[in-house]
Design a protein around this ligand. Structure first.
Ligand code: PLP
Length: 386
């Protein structure tokens, strides 16, 4: 088998041929079909917080697969109930209920429906450079024009305000606003960290206007930013918390966590066939246990600080800015990032982009210190040589 796929792909939506083919993983290492290893600095797109094939999660999946693969949501199931309880036990007591689905976009869609239904309003305030997924509602909340334009008209009622601009946010939120939807750190938009002042202003403005506040923690969630949930850093608690990616240790999942106060205000119904299936819930329970027991948020904080320190010495004539929180780091170049990513890949390190000029680092939180140091050194060499 060829380690890069030479043929035009028949996978709908896949990029052109020449993609690296990866077949196996363990921790922060991934292997191609020829047995060559790569360090994952972002290849698992924020899903692999526990690394590839975390043993505890794999065991939980195996055990649950022998018990019950699937059950409709019309029936109770102890594995689903235990997972929901475990998730809620890690959150402020203001949260009282969880809607389980299968992806980040679905977690966002549920939030949009809950906000419309609970407030009787339709206007949503989101941020410029924000990314919330590619279904019609989530895409409407997303900023980048080129992602949206071929599919218009999208859902009406969305406005986008500059990120971290308190005055613009306050001016946009009024008594017609159903929801303010923000990422505490914008991921796809280039790794931009919210200020505490901005998130606090979002909380006060939504309270004043009777709107709901949702934090999209699909990418920041579950330890990546140095806290289990990024909002903990600023102590600003939203009404709706959106999770996905790493929540089930690598299996598809989405979760919309809803404040107790909002739950009785929801009218109508919302449902997903595979949401809350026992296999994913068993994996999620094991993943949460592992994150907490291994203190992975603290590890992300420590390794992230080391990363920011090392990357700060990259030459300013090539690198405009280095920013991030925990193990969510963006390196913004003054030119296109693609050649740097290709050179890193040829040296056995897989990072990803966020837009055309930002290198995004989202390594597993379990990455070994020597792998992380090797990755940071490789980035320095590649930038020096570029
Ligand atoms: C912040 C954020 N929200 C939502 C999504 C959409 O998640 P999914 O691709 O699972 O639908 C993403 C995906 O990258 C994301 O980063």
């Amino acid at each position: 088998m060829n380690p890069t796929d030479p043929s035009p792909s028949r996978e709908f939506g896949a990029s052109a041929s020449g993609r690296l083919t990866l077949v196996r993983g363990r921790g922060a290492l991934l292997w191609d079909a020829l047995g060559r290893s790569y360090v994952d600095l972002g290849a698992t797109h924020g899903v692999g917080n526990l690394g590839a094939c975390p043993p505890e999660v794999v065991s939980a999946i195996e055990a649950q697969a022998r018990e019950l693969l699937y059950l409709g949501s019309g029936y109770a199931n102890p594995v689903r109930a235990a997972f929901i309880e475990r998730l809620l036990s890690l959150l402020p007591t203001s949260f009282g209920s969880v809607f389980l689905s299968n992806s980040g976009a679905e977690a966002v869609e549920a939030a949009l429906k809950i906000a419309r239904s609970a407030t009787g309003r339709t206007r949503v305030v989101a941020a410029m450079r924000g990314f919330h997924g590619r279904t019609m509602g989530a895409l409407s909340a997303t900023w980048r024009r080129e992602l949206k334009e071929p599919f218009e008209p999208l859902v009406p009622g969305f406005v986008h305000v500059p990120y971290n601009d308190v005055a613009a946010l306050e001016a946009a939120v009024d008594e017609t606003t159903a929801l303010v939807l923000l990422e505490p750190v914008q991921g796809e938009g280039g790794v931009h960290v919210a200020s505490g002042e901005y998130l606090r202003a979002a909380r006060s403005a939504t309270e004043r206007a009777g709107a709901l506040l949702a934090f999209d923690e699909v990418q920041t969630g579950l330890g990546r930013t140095g806290r289990l949930f990024a909002f903990e850093r600023w102590g600003v608690v939203p009404d709706l918390l959106l999770l996905a990616k790493s929540l089930a240790g690598g299996l598809p999942i989405g979760a919309t966590v809803v404040a107790s106060e909002v739950v009785p205000r929801f009218r109508g119904s919302h449902h997903s066939t595979f949401g809350g299936n026992p296999i994913t819930c068993a994996a999620g329970q094991a993943a949460l246990d592992c994150l907490v027991r291994e203190r992975l948020p603290e590890r992300a904080e420590r390794l992230g600080a080391r990363g920011l320190e090392s990357l700060a010495s990259l030459p300013r004539e090539k690198v405009r800015e280095v920013r991030g929180l925990g193990l969510m780091i963006g390196v913004e170049f003054r030119e296109k990032v693609a050649p740097y990513l290709a050179e890193l890949e040829s040296r056995g390190f897989l990072a990803i982009s966020a837009g055309s000029t930002v290198m995004r680092l989202l390594p597993p939180l379990v990455i070994r210190e020597e792998e992380w140091e090797a990755g940071l050194n490789a980035i320095a060499e590649v930038v020096d040589g570029g």
